[in-house]
Design a protein around this ligand. Structure first.
Ligand code: SF4
Length: 341
């Protein structure tokens, strides 16, 4: 049994999808997350087992709205989607139509069709990506199509674009997910065959009328590449961990928590929307400047706890040499506050 399998224990390796691969870019500096992901630990079950379940996934209302919007676009061989995409017309092939297809058969048919260079829409293609040494199947509800000599990815989302504006967090998470597909396609076909521009199709204003916008995902692609290569190198970190460290869910909660304690975390409020361990890590980080967010933590450079911040601001504690600058600012802020009150 490899060290990675021992670390995970008796549970099956957690399968990734585009959403979980995209989430890997959420906190690249966190060793805890990198080790858990590289070992394929099921973080949802781990968080539940130790008593810190998170609220993950879309609401039933959001799921129903998303499914309804997608079905409307894809009805009649994607008639509405084609008219939304404007110039991008051609044939239509649904690779998910045969329910008896195995994953590898669907992946082979996807590869053959994409390599053929035929123009048109490709529904339910099955892609693969190597994540920490495992081949991950990506089953996107997206359509890739040939646009001239380049393949382009279309991502359908149900959040609204109102007066040309959409929720920034939703757009950036859609861009990262689309970048996962672009990366998988580039590894299959080569960089020059796949465009770094993806088409996002969303409802416009307060109707279900679709609108298409183009996103450039080059930045997301380079972050994703960096994080995937970091995960590959985490395997050597895993080999160096103590042999007793394990995330086998069958062991007592106290042992699971002490295994988590052995891995350095970098909690930030953004974790709450991107990592299944966030409720545990937030609780662990209580009283630390990290819970106030990265800008605050960076502005306080090197001051780890809220108690230290308050003591430096009130002058009841002498700063360490590397805290002198931050301490002077804190004292000035405290003076201004005292004067204002
Ligand atoms: S929630 Fe915890 S494990 Fe997950 S990325 Fe944040 S600090 Fe790391």
């Amino acid at each position: 049994m490899s060290r990675v399998e021992k670390l995970r224990g008796s549970a099956a390796s957690k399968r990734h999808n585009a959403r979980t691969v995209a989430a890997l870019t959420g906190n690249p500096g966190c060793t805890r997350r990198a080790v858990l992901d590289a070992a394929g630990v099921d973080k949802v079950r781990l968080a539940e087992r130790i008593g810190f379940p998170g609220a993950f996934g879309q609401s039933r209302f959001a799921l129903a709205r998303g499914n309804g919007f997608e079905a409307m676009l894809k009805a009649d061989d994607c008639a509405l989607l084609r008219s939304t995409l404007g110039a991008y017309v051609g044939g239509y092939e649904d690779l998910g139509a045969d329910e008896d297809d195995t994953l590898s058969a669907r992946h082979s048919r996807t590869r053959a069709l994409l390599r053929s260079g035929a123009e048109g829409l490709l529904d339910h293609p099955l892609l693969t990506l190597d994540v920490a040494g495992q081949t991950v199947f990506l089953e996107p509800d997206l359509i890739a199509y040939q646009n001239g000599s380049q393949l382009q990815v279309v991502e359908i989302k149900s959040f609204a674009i109102i007066d040309g504006q959409a929720d920034g967090t939703a757009v950036s998470s859609a861009a990262v997910q689309a970048a996962v597909y672009v990366l998988a396609l580039r590894r299959l076909l080569g960089d020059d065959r796949v465009s770094h521009e993806v088409v996002l199709v969303c409802p416009e204003n307060f109707s279900m009328q679709p609108v298409a916008v183009v996103l450039d995902v080059r930045k997301q692609l380079s972050t994703l590449r960096r994080q995937l290569s970091r995960l590959a190198s985490v395997s050597s970190l895993i080999e160096s961990l103590p042999a007793t460290l394990s995330f086998d869910l069958a062991q007592p909660v106290a042992d699971l928590v002490s295994s988590l304690d052995a891995l350095t975390a970098r909690y930030a409020p953004e974790c709450l929307s991107s990592c299944e361990m966030s409720v545990f890590c937030r609780d662990e980080a209580a009283g630390r400047t990290a819970v106030l967010g990265r800008p605050v933590r960076e502005a306080l450079g090197g001051i780890e706890t809220v108690d230290e911040v308050l003591a430096l601001a009130s002058g009841t504690r002498e700063p360490e040499p590397d805290q002198v600058e931050a301490a002077a600012l804190l004292r000035a802020a405290q003076r201004l506050r005292d004067e204002a009150l």
